[in-house]
Ligand binder design. Sequence first.
Ligand code: FE2
Length: 351
Amino acid sequence: MDLHVIAEAVRARTSLPFTDRDAERILAAILTSEDIWRIIDLSDVPVMALCQALREMGKAGWLEFAGERIRLTPEGRGLIQGAGIAPALELRCPRCGGRGVELGPVAPIAEKFRGIAKSRPEAIQDYDQGYVTEESTLYRIAFLWARGDLAGKELLVLGDDDLVSLAAALTGAPKRVVMLDIDERLVGFVREVARGEGLQVEALQHDLREPLPAGLLSAFDTFFCDPTESLRGFLAFAGRGISALKGPGGAGYMGLTRREASLSKWRAIQRELLERGAVLTDLRDDFHDYVNWPYIETMRSWEHLPVKRVPGRDEPWYRSALIRIELVEAPKVANERLEGDIFTDPEAATT
Ligand SMILES: [Fe+2]
């Protein structure tokens, strides 16, 4: 029994992309931690495939599931030694959380923003919500600013449970900030805070499955969107953002995770972004830490976990990369209505 046999079994039983390297990453993570959430975080293997791989490794006699822990058996240790697998290392920079930027001019609004976020609407499963930490949103704004995509620019936020519109407006740097969200609670919250704080934010209730209102097409310098992770959903929401840009030189920011997207999906997404007239200029992995949402025990992957433990609220395991694209050609995106379920695909784990 070797890694290759495990990888073949995972692919055969799930039809999900899974490589020998994924099996190696899982074992490297298990060498570092016995905790399921740390293993998910460190391995960067999509949760649904990872769950199946852990079961296969258990059947092969490499792992035992003891209460809440995942432990290597002597046989598992022998295999790891033979394969020359080393423990996963994180080495996250403690100063910036591994994001590679400073808060800089965003630092003075940090406290105010954290105060505002305390009364935000809670994430709900209906809209596949799950927001990032206030820290992640603040660093995101700093990153946009440093790339020249915030100050004096017109910014569109597509889906805003992270409150990007408010953080951006609090800096006073953008020329215009517009946010769209399907959730009336969020639209109401942003409007109310904006009124109270005297911020210029236009908040509109809008379902991104519907075409963008004509007034928002080709009207922005920058968009931000943290799309749903299904391939079709991701490309649909990214496409809305791209069609809102004025043209070449316009920049788009998106979150993309490894938790629900294999590298095969990453490749399909990157290829499509290039096709639509954009180039990837930045990719900062693990830029976003998500606050654990209240529906962990009803999310799709829960029943597949070989050991079950509800993670604490401040125990991030769901992270995503921040991607920046810039248009180098006129965008090629149709502003059409999207039919059917765009939220689920075989890798979906948290819907
Ligand atoms: Fe740093």
